[in-house]
Design a protein around this ligand. Sequence first.
Ligand SMILES: [Fe+2]
Ligand SMILES: [Fe+2]
Length: 167
Amino acid sequence: MDICAGVTQNEQMSGSFSDLEHDHLTVFRMMLEIERIMGDLRAGRATLVVVSDELLEALTSLEGDVLGHFAREEAALFLELRKTLPELALSVDALESGHDRISGLTARLVHALHSSVADFTQVEIMFDRLRREYEQHVVDEKNLLDVVRKKLPTEERVRLAKLMEGL
Ligand SMILES: [Fe+2]
Ligand SMILES: [Fe+2]
């Protein structure tokens, strides 16, 4: 089915219609930056003591990005999905649980790095879990939006797409 079917040319040209997708590039970019620092640590090019400020800054920034994105998503997209498509409530619950796990891991990583006895192995294990959780979350979210796209009529998709702007 053509997803653009029924959307006026004006809507498409003005950009008010989207494919019900949003990217997670800001978070992924910050994760790459953290991964780069971790790579230096792993290769022995740096020590945790030397890079802990840089790592803490990157993780604090990641935490802000993640919490902001999740809060906006839950307040706009998820709330609307619960009202519009209540049959998807369990999937929305699962995504919110993912938000909780990712937020918790990020906060604990920041906490671990604040500690004077921060241990690289511990930090690496936690970051690895965080990255895997986040990657899975992005896939799960995309899969849910694929379902939503098929279920909603065009005008509802346009309305939802507007709510999703700036997530
Ligand atoms: Fe998202
Ligand atoms: Fe999300």
